[in-house]
Design a protein around this ligand. Structure first.
Ligand code: CA
Ligand code: CA
Length: 339
């Protein structure tokens, strides 16, 4: 359970979405989306998550050749014919861990979870995809309506930074920036012209649900997200295995260096990367960890039953939604399959 450790007033520059589509086994009908409230939260990156490395070899089955993407057969037609989805087979997996490093993260206990067959977007939603939605509907995101959003200070120009005189005490690297939104991800003097294939940012949970409704899909549950993130592997720290850099290669866009002052960008990216960057996991999902945090439909909670469950949808109520997978601002722990 990715813990929203900070509560900020609006949306942040490291959240995006990935859509899923569930097919009911008998009718082929699409499971409808879930309602929602205003989203709050932070990047939530941490350097103190636990490590229960089982010591298995890294990167088994992790290649571009396995589990080629499929088009869902019975769901509504995707608005973007170029957007493909992976067919995620039904199965059982162990969700969470009995050895959490941080109790308040709610990553525990380990429990058996049964998941039905569903489809998952191969990619985080890109600026190009989100622009199609906005052009078709005239939708205004919450950041645009609020008039500001939080941006990581390392992405701001000196001019914009000089005009900001407040910050979040617990996370002083997040600065409230007037005019920051999905079209201006690094503040009003930035744009997405050369980032149309990067994940859309400054997307609140309500924005994400609106996009899903337009696309005829829904957000994945946390269980579906974690199941698909694992790519069929068991007891692995990362979607590709247990080593962060198998064979010295980078498998995700995360942070190298001392956060927040030194970003050595050894993986090639200071900020976000194209949604197609880096190898996909065994189900064909790209950037399922790293790059941008991804919304799920579940309410966030640290309390979970150890009982076996079928397609759990999380708590009935809450104050924040679960986001998964870490971002370019995170060190390795939020890239864990349980994060
Ligand atoms: Ca990076
Ligand atoms: Ca991601």
């Amino acid at each position: 359970m990715a813990a929203p450790r900070l509560l900020l007033g609006t949306v942040l520059a490291c959240l995006t979405l990935r859509l899923c589509l569930a097919v009911c086994p008998e009718t082929g009908a699409v499971d409808p989306g879930l309602g929602g409230e205003e989203a709050q939260g932070s990047c939530g990156c941490s350097t103190s998550r636990g490590n229960r490395a089982p010591g298995e070899a890294a990167s088994r089955k992790y290649s571009r050749e396995v589990h080629l993407p499929q088009q869902p057969g019975n769901g509504p037609k995707d608005k973007d014919e170029g957007r493909q989805m992976a067919s995620i087979p039904a199965g059982v997996f162990t969700m969470g861990t009995d050895e959490p490093a941080i109790q308040q993260d709610g990553e525990w206990p380990a429990r058996k979870i049964h998941i039905n067959h569903f489809f998952m977007d191969l990619y985080e939603v890109s600026n190009r995809e989100f622009e199609k939605f906005v052009n078709a509907t005239g939708y205004l995101t919450e950041a645009e309506r609020f008039g500001d959003s939080f941006v990581f200070e390392g992405m701001l120009s000196e001019q914009v930074k000089s005009e900001i005189h407040q910050a979040v005490a617990a996370a002083p690297w997040w600065l409230p920036v007037k005019g920051a939104d999905w079209k201006h991800p690094d503040g009003p003097d930035s744009n997405i012209v050369d980032r149309m294939d990067h994940p859309v940012l400054h997307v609140s949970w309500n924005d994400a649900v609106a996009f899903c409704t337009w696309a005829g899909k829904r957000l994945p549950t946390e269980a579906e997200w974690e199941y698909s993130c694992r790519g069929g592997l068991e007891n692995r720290l990362f979607p590709w295995g247990n080593k962060l850099h198998p064979n010295g290669q980078h498998y995700a866009n995360i942070w190298q260096g001392d956060f927040p002052t030194s970003n050595t960008r050894e993986d090639g990216y200071k900020g976000t990367a194209p949604v197609t960057a880096f190898p996909p996991n065994s189900y064909g999902l790209y950037n399922i960890v790293g790059n941008a945090w991804e919304w799920t439909s579940d309410w966030w909670s640290i309390s979970h039953s150890a009982d076996t469950a079928q397609n759990p949808k999380g708590p009935l109520t809450g104050t924040d939604r679960v986001k998964k997978g870490g971002s370019y601002m995170c060190h390795k722990w939020p890239a864990h399959t349980t994060a």
